[in-house]
Design a protein around this ligand. Structure first.
Ligand code: NAD
Length: 441
């Protein structure tokens, strides 16, 4: 039994794919009235194409119609349409898309800083919304989004896909099952390697104004997992951060990799021309907005941290020590839950320079007892298998366990507010309470 009184054997009905908007909106879906759900996307980069557009057209065409694609880059929206294999109209003006395409569900996959304005504008027009994480990048955006949801009666789904990786569900089930007793603390260290970690510093993510820093853009994934695993809400964060490797800390710099005079000596040199689809989506669209996908990781304008440590306090009295390092020789995480009756230890080997044999190892170590290895399903698809599970839950499945319900705006808010508090704590050198940022009712 979890602390909110939901047993994992208790099931709720989660709307079918066609009905997800209805679940979100509390009204009869188009499919229930005999039609398909009308679905539109704003922000047509790699995530929109790979996670939403292409799979929707491939797997859910019987229940969902993709009716519009919108991006501020007029060239990219056309490339995205082609890469998805879509036939719907494209737009560079969001309001125009809402008026002409008449979606009843909007997916927001823009640069993080712009999620909130599209969520608010769509809800104000009576449209249900789903957004990629992070829902928002600061507390004022968070307030605006929550107020708009309340005022309009629409609902938000935040697509926190990490929850849906089978290994993460296994952790949830073990904790709900009381395997290690009452949880007292969490140790969580996330490692981004010299490939994945560096990529954040090449792109818009390197600017706080675009992604809110990795405290928000990246760590909100992890903070959401912990809130969900613990069935708890964060109350206070103390954090430190530094820029130790990228940006000004680098030995030299240029605008971006393609024309760089330091190609030969730079370990972070990355050749975007090796990917035909990225060349089409970014290089060939640069003339419209000047955005360089292969930006220099050592650019002077990097204003986020690459090395981050925090302690987070939760409503249940649990404390978590957490870190993210972004230029590691390993990718993955160490995670442990300490409890009154033992410890749950997880080592995730997402990508290593050696063959770890297994992608993830998980053990329950009982106090005064034995160490038990937990069997895990192998997942090959995106984000530990979470992406596919999430899409199926949204668009297809009829039933799911209560703890598998789609994350709502409160989950979206709390995961972001933890990161926003961490960022503020780094900036001010003091602990930051969540409710000094925003009081959630
Ligand atoms: N859940 C996950 O695991 C996961 C993985 C990757 C990305 N994401 C999220 O998906 C979103 C998109 O990421 P991406 O990797 O596709 O980035 P991207 O840079 O490839 O795409 C972003 C798109 O948004 C467009 N855009 C920028 N400003 C805009 C504005 N004001 N209005 C409309 N469009 C605008 C850009 O032109 C670009 O086409 C981000 O919020 C990111 O956090 C989530």
């Amino acid at each position: 039994m979890s602390s909110d009184g939901v047993s994992r054997r208790e099931f709720v009905t989660v709307a079918t794919g066609a009905a997800v908007g209805a679940m979100v909106a509390g009204q009869a879906p188009a499919a229930a009235q005999g039609g398909k759900r009308r679905y539109a996307i704003v922000g047509t980069g790699v995530r929109a194409i790979g996670m939403w557009g292409r799979p929707i057209l491939r797997d859910y065409g019987d229940i969902v119609d993709l009716v519009g694609l919108c991006d501020i880059n007029p060239l990219r929206v056309e490339v995205a349409k082609r890469q998805m294999g879509a036939t719907c109209p494209t737009f560079t003006n969001f309001d125009d898309m809402l008026a002409k395409a008449r979606p009843d569900l909007l997916m927001v996959t823009t640069v993080d800083a712009f999620h909130s304005q599209y969520l608010v504008r769509a809800m104000e027009r009576g449209i249900d919304v789903m957004t990629e994480k992070p829902m928002v990048i600061d507390e004022s955006q968070c307030k605006a989004v929550l107020e708009a949801e309340k005022k309009t009666g629409r609902k938000i789904v935040v697509t926190h896909n990490y929850r849906y990786a089978p290994k993460h569900q296994k952790i949830k089930e073990l904790l709900m099952g009381g395997e290690i007793g009452r949880i007292t603390s969490v140790d969580f260290n996330w490692f981004l390697d010299t490939s994945h970690g560096a990529d954040y510093f090449r792109r818009w993510h390197r600017l706080r104004a675009k992604g809110g820093s990795l405290w928000v853009h990246k760590a909100s994934h992890h903070f959401d997992l912990v809130n969900w695993w613990l069935d708890a809400e964060p109350t206070q964060v103390s954090a430190f951060g530094s820029l130790a490797n990228y940006g000004k800390a680098g030995p030299f710099r240029h605008t971006n990799c393609r024309p760089c005079p330091h190609k030969k000596e730079c370990s972070f040199y990355w050749d975007i021309n090796r990917s035909k689809s990225l060349v089409e989506l970014y290089n060939n669209c640069e003339s419209a907005d000047g955005y360089q996908r292969d930006g220099c990781v050592f650019k002077d304008d990097v204003d986020i941290f690459d090395t981050m440590n925090a302690v987070v306090k939760y409503s249940t009295g649990v404390n978590m020590s957490y870190s993210v390092n972004t230029f590691m020789p390993i990718e993955g995480y160490y995670l442990a839950f300490n409890g009154t009756q033992g410890r749950l230890e997880i080592r995730d080997y997402e990508r290593q320079a050696w063959d770890p044999g297994e992608e993830t190892t998980m053990h329950v170590i009982k106090s005064f007892g034995k160490r038990m290895k937990i069997d895990l399903p192998t997942a090959t698809e995106g984000h530990g298998g979470g992406d596919q599970v999430l899409r199926d839950l949204i668009f297809r499945k009829t039933d799911a366990a209560a703890h598998m319900r789609l994350p709502d705006s409160r989950a979206g808010a709390l995961s972001c507010l933890t990161g926003i508090a961490a960022r503020k704590s780094c900036d001010t050198g003091r602990p930051v309470k969540i409710d000094e940022l925003l009081k959630l009712s």
